[in-house]
Design a protein around this ligand. Structure first.
Ligand SMILES: NC(=O)c1ccc[n+]([C@@H]2O[C@H](COP(=O)([O-])OP(=O)(O)OC[C@H]3O[C@@H](n4cnc5c(N)ncnc54)[C@H](O)[C@@H]3O)[C@@H](O)[C@H]2O)c1
Length: 361
């Protein structure tokens, strides 16, 4: 029976509340489909930072290297600046392990009303590929003359040909394997060096994927179309910052940020990939037992898929769809009254009753 060694980093706030329910459902999937997980929990977090002055140990990345995959909740908590928690943990992991694809499905699940009018289930179903290693999130820059009238801050955006090309090739391949449409997010009217470079590479690669229909949108117009006409999209490729913002909007139109998942992928599989929900640690509801665990569960389904357990991944997604579409058990962010624990119980119950043909639905 295959066993997968998984590093688990629940992190902060609701991260610690949504990770265990997802682990239990993944364990149930393993039992049913003949594999298991060997979970190793790492307490790296803002609390760890408060004790040690670091978000993870000095050899943290070396520790992670030994695992098959990483399953993360969320990091960040009041008291520790967000740039410290992000740059001390998530960004080094994404970069060291060349997780240059951040894949974020935007799918309206059964039983959820989009805040957009007249969108049926399935009326929103696309993938955003966010470039995850470079772009606007760069360490190049600095501050000068702090505390004076001349104070200044400089932040450089960094795009490399290799970095842009690899994420675009991944996106073209993904579009070719789905509906055959790829949209690129740009802003080459206002950002006159990096964004024309991004566009040029997109256009250079397009002829190699003749079966993929391409389109390019300025990011501001694209954000509007996510609201006005989300059904037109199949795969969207975007730079680090643009993808980050677009996918919070994507999460909003599918009902709640509490559902949206994300996979930080090293497509070559030379290193572990990392699976996490899109949401953060939600300090405003942490400790109340009301966190929606579905984003974490969906991230778990993406991990199953990446590990090659396609049937198990599909069964987990079917389970989520049935819980949402048929039982009405849901957390307050989706208009329900259920607690995290009640949603977990319902997920486990429905998963146990799935018939074989439903799993393949
Ligand atoms: N990948 C990450 O670890 C990650 C991502 C985003 C933000 N953060 C960090 O999280 C902290 C809070 O950030 P924020 O408030 O901007 O974003 P957030 O995603 O934590 O919360 C935004 C809003 O959505 C709600 N929400 C989020 N997840 C939910 C869930 N599963 N169920 C129900 N409601 C949910 C919250 O209650 C809040 O009202 C910050 O420290 C930030 O840096 C971390």
């Amino acid at each position: 029976m295959p066993s997968h060694r998984i590093a688990v980093i629940p992190g902060d706030g609701i991260g610690t509340e949504v990770v265990p329910p997802a682990q239990r459902l993944l364990d149930a999937a393993g039992e049913r489909y003949g594999f298991s997980f060997e979970w190793t929990e790492l307490d790296w977090s803002c609390e760890y930072y408060a004790r040690t002055g670091r978000m993870m140990p000095a050899d943290g990345l070396e520790t992670l290297r030994e695992f098959d995959q990483i399953f993360l909740g969320a990091v960040g908590y009041p008291g520790v600046p967000d740039h410290v928690s992000l740059w001390g943990l998530l960004i080094p992991i994404r970069r060291t392990f060349r997780q240059y694809v951040n894949l974020r499905p935007v799918t309206l699940l059964p039983g959820i009303d989009s805040p957009l009018r007249d969108v049926p289930a399935g009326g929103i179903d696309f993938l955003v590929v966010r470039e995850n290693n470079e772009g606007e999130y760069s360490e190049v820059g600095g501050r000068l003359y702090r505390g004076t009238d001349q104070e200044l801050a400089v932040q450089e955006t960094l795009f490399t040909r290799a970095g842009v090309e690899r994420v675009m090739r991944y996106s073209f391949g993904l579009a070719a394997s789905r509906g055959g449409r790829l949209a690129s997010a740009t802003k080459s009217n206002g950002i006159i060096h990096t964004m024309p470079f991004w566009d040029e590479i997109f256009r250079e690669l397009a002829p190699e994927y003749a079966e993929v229909e391409t389109s390019e949108y300025h990011i501001d117009a694209l954000a509007g179309l996510f609201v006005l006409d989300p059904g037109r999209f199949d795969v969207v490729v975007a730079s680090n910052l643009f993808g980050d913002i677009l996918t919070d909007l994507g999460a909003a139109i599918i009902g709640s940020i509490g559902i949206a998942p994300s996979a930080n992928l090293n497509p070559e599989r030379d290193h572990p990939s990392m699976f996490e929900p899109v949401h953060g640690s939600a300090p405003d509801i942490a400790g109340t037992g009301r966190a929606n665990p579905l984003g974490q569960v969906w991230a778990g389904a993406m991990m199953l898929e990446h590990l090659g357990h396609t049937d198990a991944a599909r069964a987990v997604l079917t389970t989520m769809g049935k819980v949402l579409g048929e039982t009405g058990v849901r957390t307050p962010d989706l208009g329900g009254t259920a607690s995290t624990a009640e949603v977990e119980q319902e997920l486990l119950r429905v998963f146990a009753t799935l018939e074989d043909q439903e799993e393949r639905a």
